[in-house]
Design a protein around this ligand. Structure first.
Ligand code: ATP
Ligand code: MG
Length: 285
């Protein structure tokens, strides 16, 4: 039987969440500092631990069947792979930044200037779209120090909170790309490998849905049930059971995290009390 070869980042900002994702999907494998490869004990998969930059290329070539990589790296390297799922972690943006003391007039500031980055393709595309001609200075790491050492007048780098820029005397002035972790796959997987990938995607779906929903229980006077269940659609419909106390019921349902607080307020206003909110571990509709 064939095994699915899955590439994840060996060590960095994608690693922990990638490992956690497979754990939550019930796929067990060992992770060790010096390990470059690990075979799952309970799923036909081999895990390859690589530098994130190498993952799109390895997936394109079929050295790995599937990989997890930041959208920024995927688009920068322009490899031909299937983008099968957005994973919602390692969210960050690629931004232009300039020394804090610069009185920034807009993107034309960069005309004729030099910009240090590890993302020349994404940056060039942005500059072209904005009609700006600048010199791109490619460096592979510690981009933020470039202006301080006179290497460039601006930088284009990954930002999540902006703390690194700030501590290097820089300020963010333009966001050029938004990124999150993606699951990518080789374009010509065998039917057998596709079936394995589908099993994993089904599990990821269940994990993601569970994270986006809560199980809610509450008590309500019987005459208020209709009003309350309007905001508690549930998976098929809510469960309603009578309480020992005459005239009251307990209502159970599943609520979406996104409109959670609004709906809870509506329920309280309608007379719900004793509201319990419980996390869901897996959710399969
Ligand atoms: P490698 O040694 O594997 O090449 P790296 O140093 O290139 O690692 P990391 O800094 O670990 O890369 O970042 C990996 C990916 O995580 C980035 O390509 C980006 O998608 C995302 N990322 C980077 N910085 C952050 C951040 N501060 N917050 C969230 N996600 C981030
Ligand atoms: Mg890298």
């Amino acid at each position: 039987m064939s095994k699915l070869k899955i590439a994840i980042q060996k060590s960095g900002r994608l690693s922990d969440d990638s490992i956690k994702l497979f754990k939550e999907c019930g796929i067990k494998f060992e992770v060790g500092k010096s390990k470059l490869k690990s075979t799952s004990r309970n799923f036909p998969a081999d895990f390859l631990f690589l530098r994130d930059d190498d993952i799109p290329g390895y997936v394109e070539d079929g050295v790995a069947d599937v990989g997890i990589v930041g959208e920024n790296v995927l688009v920068e390297y322009g490899k031909d792979v299937d983008n099968v799922k957005a994973l919602g972690f390692s969210k960050c943006r690629l931004s232009l930044a300039v020394p804090r003391e610069v009185d920034y007039p807009g993107v034309q500031y960069f005309e004729g200037k030099s910009i240090a980055t590890s993302y020349p393709n994404l940056l060039q595309k942005y500059l072209d779209e904005n009609g700006v001609k600048a010199h791109i200075h490619v460096i592979s790491g510690s981009v933020e120090i470039a202006p301080g050492i006179g290497l460039a007048e601006g930088v284009c780098d990954i930002v999540s909170t902006g703390g690194t820029l700030l501590s290097n005397g820089l300020k963010e002035v333009e966001t050029i790309f938004r990124s999150e972790a993606l699951m990518v796959a080789n374009k010509s997987l065998s039917a057998e490998k596709k079936a394995l990938l589908d099993r994993i995607l089904f599990r990821i779906d269940a994990v993601q849905k569970a994270q986006n929903h809560k199980y809610v229980l509450l008590n309500a006077p019987n005459e208020k049930i209709d009003e309350i269940i309007k905001v508690m659609p549930g998976m098929r419909s809510p469960t309603i059971t009578p309480l020992a106390q005459e005239g009251w019921s307990s209502i159970h349902s599943v609520l979406k995290e996104s409109d959670f607080w609004e709906n809870i307020e509506t329920m309280r206003a309608a007379g719900a009390e004793g509201i319990l909110v419980i996390p869901i571990e897996k959710m399969i509709s």
